[in-house]
Design a protein around this ligand. Structure first.
Ligand code: AMP
Length: 251
């Protein structure tokens, strides 16, 4: 399965990505993580991009696209992958199409800006194993070190309030248009929660994948609806997992 996670910084893409990654056993390709590794290694590429990241601006498309192309050559991508934070611009989305990648699903998580600012500024991360915490809602046990590996937690420089505002501005200008881009391709189905935000849960993802699988078998939508109503979430996951196995060409 090839999936894209869309949404503003701090909306939960990484958290959802990890769950989906372990459920389907496919890697998360986070361009933010790739760029952070380059910056902290002090490589020529890192030197070239660190200013963009520090100011909350986007790294130029050609650089990011080249990094993704390179990552996709690795063996663990052969059964699929989850893009987290890529694409962030229409040219990046077009580059995915030009690479001949057939995206199966786009997940878009939307939250109001003020919620984002609060969430991002209270976020803390482990510089060693990348585990994420929130000083208010999900602190580590001692509030200072990582529960997983014991490293001292940090606040990312670009999670500081003054930079977050620019990241949100950039998100609205450059990345939000991708919602319409993927809606037009039929890959993103708007789903409004009670609070009015478009949000897909892991179970929605399963349902959408099952719908896609059944549509490919030419089942009419009315029958698909009845089919989904008759099945428990567990059965749907099982059905989907069988479908994923088929995608992987293992049976
Ligand atoms: P993230 O961890 O996804 O929030 O990304 C952190 C920073 O890395 C962003 O603010 C950008 O400076 C850069 N970055 C990550 N992904 C991309 C991308 N797809 N295109 C351009 N810049 C990116």
């Amino acid at each position: 399965m090839k999936m894209i996670l869309l949404g503003p910084p701090g909306c939960g893409k990484g958290t959802h990505g990890k769950r989906i990654s372990s459920r389907y056993d496919i890697p998360i390709i986070s361009t933010g993580d790739i760029i952070r590794v380059a910056v902290s290694s002090g490589s020529a590429l890192g030197e070239q991009v660190k200013g963009y990241m520090a100011s909350g601006n986007l790294v130029p498309d050609d650089i990011v696209i080249a990094l993704v192309k390179d990552r996709l050559t690795q063996d663990d991508c052969k059964n699929g992958f989850i893009f987290d934070g890529f694409p962030r611009t229409v040219p990046q989305a077009e580059a995915i199409d030009a690479m001949g990648i057939c995206v199966d699903m786009v997940l878009s998580i939307e939250l109001p800006d003020q919620v984002i600012v609060n969430r991002v500024t209270s976020r803390r991360v482990c510089p060693s194993c990348s585990a994420g915490y929130d000083v208010n809602d999900n602190p580590s046990r001692d509030g200072v070190t990582c529960d997983m590996c014991g490293a001292t937690l940090i606040q990312r420089e670009d999670d500081k309030a003054e930079i977050v505002e620019n990241r949100l501005k950039v998100y609205h200008e450059k990345t939000a248009p991708l919602v319409a881009y993927y809606e037009e391709q039929g890959l993103l189905h708007p789903h409004r929660s009670e609070t009015g935000y478009r949000l897909y849960s892991i179970d929605d993802i399963c349902n959408l994948n099952v719908i896609r699988a059944l549509r490919e078998l030419d089942m009419p939508l009315s029958e698909i609806r009845a089919y989904l109503d008759r099945r428990s979430p567990g059965e749907l996951v099982e059905l989907l997992e069988r479908r994923v196995v088929r995608w992987r060409g293992e049976s």
